[in-house]
Design a protein. Structure first.
Length: 301
């Protein structure tokens, strides 16, 4: 046996194997970190919030991400803080507890305006932690005071100023969560001893339909307002927190995924919020997951 030839052949074989191995490694793409894990999305308890979470999930899946939705929660943002979710979609006002000094954001009236929502987002992003507040939606789910057209005409209400002028003749109906702050805001606006009645959220639409000498606080994206021809009092949104939607993300969500999420958020207009609510809020309406599959129809209307 020619030992020298045997060694040469063996060396060449080893070199070839190493070369092939290197080529194979180069040919196998490395998975993006966000695509190597399952991104958990947390959403609120309202059907429209859950439908929007499904919209985000579908968009990420289309880009190759693995996504799972957590059970609906009263505090989706806290799930990201606690490490139980990678993403959360909710109204930005609910992120106020995440900043060191919420009062510095909301100011003297302690209500979050649209402009102050931008400051809230900046405060979260400037904190230097692992959490990132993504874009704010054009849609605002914040509440407004609503009356029937007939009642508004009868009491000559067409602005906050005329509402205050007529307030002694009106009962203001609100959900329990906003009743106290609404009463204080009405007093600050010049209404002496406003009559504010707290009601269960599920009963507010019915109270509006049967209202006499009253105004009812409803979410501005509630389809009942436009579908049934009710009148939103201009300027009354200032009595409540602005509720633009905002996604909160942790460090496992890469830039490509964030860009896709921001794209969806930018498409979420006030009209699309109404349309989404219309689909999921009726007793025989679509499920949030079904409504999400109609997203392209919603944003094109």
């Amino acid at each position: 046996m020619n030992l020298r030839n045997t060694i040469t052949v063996g060396a060449l074989s080893a070199t070839l194997l190493l070369t092939l191995s290197a080529c194979t490694e180069e040919a196998t793409p490395t998975a993006e970190p966000s695509k190597a894990i399952t991104l958990q999305i947390a959403a609120g308890s309202q059907p429209a919030d859950q439908a929007l979470a499904h919209v985000y999930a579908n968009a990420l899946k289309a880009e190759g991400y693995k996504v799972s939705l957590n059970k609906p929660s009263a505090d989706p943002y806290q799930q990201v803080v606690d490490g139980k979710a990678d993403l959360a979609v909710d109204q930005a006002a609910k992120a106020l507890p995440l900043v060191a000094d919420p009062a510095a954001i909301t100011g003297e009236d302690q209500l979050l305006s649209v402009e102050e929502s931008k400051n809230l987002r900046s405060a979260i992003n400037d904190a230097g932690g692992q959490l990132s507040a993504l874009e704010l939606s054009p849609a605002d789910a914040g509440k407004v005071l609503v009356m029937s057209q007939a009642q508004a005409t009868l009491h000559k209400v067409d602005s906050v100023e005329t509402l205050i002028a007529a307030c002694t003749d009106l009962t203001i109906i609100s959900d329990e969560a906003n009743a106290a702050s609404l009463k204080a805001s009405l007093e600050d606006a010049g209404c002496e001893k406003p009559k504010v009645v707290a009601e269960e959220p599920a009963k507010l639409a019915s109270k509006l339909r049967a209202s006499v000498d009253s105004a009812v606080a409803l979410g501005s994206g509630d389809a009942v307002i436009s579908d049934e021809g009710f009148y939103s009092i201009p300027g009354s949104a200032a009595f409540f927190n602005a509720e633009q939607y905002m996604v909160l993300a942790n460090g496992d969500v890469n830039d490509k995924a964030r860009a896709e999420l921001d794209k969806i958020t930018g498409e979420f207009s006030q009209q699309s919020l109404v349309d989404l609510n219309r689909m999921v809020s009726q007793a025989d309406g679509l499920s949030p997951e079904q409504a999400a599959t109609r997203w392209e129809w919603i944003i094109e209307e």
